[in-house]
Design a protein around this ligand. Sequence first.
Ligand code: ZN
Ligand code: ZN
Length: 403
Amino acid sequence: MRVSNKILFFVLDGASDRPVGGMTPLQDAVTPNLDKLADTGISGIMDTIAPGIRPGSDTAHLSLLGYDPYKYYTGRGPFEAAGVGIDVEAGDVAFRCNFATLKDGNIVDRRAGRIRETSELARSICEDVDVGMNFIFKESTGHRAAMVIRGEGLSADVTSNDPKKEDKPMKEFHAGSPEAEKTAKILNDFVAQSIKVLDGHPVNVERINAGKPPANVILLRGAGLVPNIRPFEERYGLKPAVVAAAGLVIGIGKMCGMEHIGYDGGTGGVDSDVKGKVKTAINALEDHDYVLVNIKGADEAGHDGAYEKKRDFIGKVDEAFANVLDLTDTMVVVTADHSTPVSIKDHSADPVPIMINGDGVRVDGVGAYNEIDAANGGLHRIKGMDLMHILLDLINRTEKFGA
Ligand code: ZN
Ligand code: ZN
């Protein structure tokens, strides 16, 4: 008898949807491989957080990994910071940042003309800004960056300097509680000093000469306290890896102690190399017990409200699944972190389909992978936080409760 002892976990980000003209993109897409997995596996639907709760990708992924988002999620900053490669530590206060353009006190471009060449600017900020407290500032893709502040007496209970709209005055940081006053002061000081460093920086001089908006200010938001997270391997006894392009998902994986396995396949959007990503994940199973794969394109199409684009991307994902059918000692899981209905162009709380395929699962009557058929499956309706327990039990790694 074969026994599945590894877990290959696919998150088709935002693939779940509502019917448009009677069909969801998943129902409409050509998915022979996913359907075959459903046919020989067990299906169900899942509330990744709880019924009626609209998940973000970050909170949903935490839940799918068995980390209660209500306990571990204090803001997006920590996961973004970990995702760009900052070695965050419990107690750090972290932010996601934008390079932006400031003119006469107003933020005139929140993305500084979608600047790309930010590494020199980031380095100058790290070298020349002194706020009397350790901080790490690191550029990410495009106009994005992340920052952590490290030290005693910090708090994430602060407002943002981002006016959220263009041609509005930049805001000051304010403390939401007395304990956060020191942090707000550090942040205001950081922004004032970084404006001086960025103003007249050779990179910006060159941009102005080329008629482009200078990246002369940093906007910081998504403040969060880095939580104390018990590593995945210690908790579950499985050696984990994450294959993803989205910084947020990489950051969540890293904070849970997963090895990030990069691949050269684009940004994870609809144009990315899904086959390469799936192959990378399968290879990672050789020396890992649990591999999380995030495939982003369907979410992007959902936010765009692009039905055909979403349906066709799902078809492209299915083609990449041809190799997954041949795996023998692996529990294959396919789900989504949330629904991103094209009709609302944002995440919704509609439950997502989940399918588990591997030795020992009670194969049910579901023969297609989509939201509607999955609801008739043997898993019925589960919560995201239950999933790790169910998977651990299917690979016979759970401890008995009682005698
Ligand atoms: Zn998502
Ligand atoms: Zn989304």
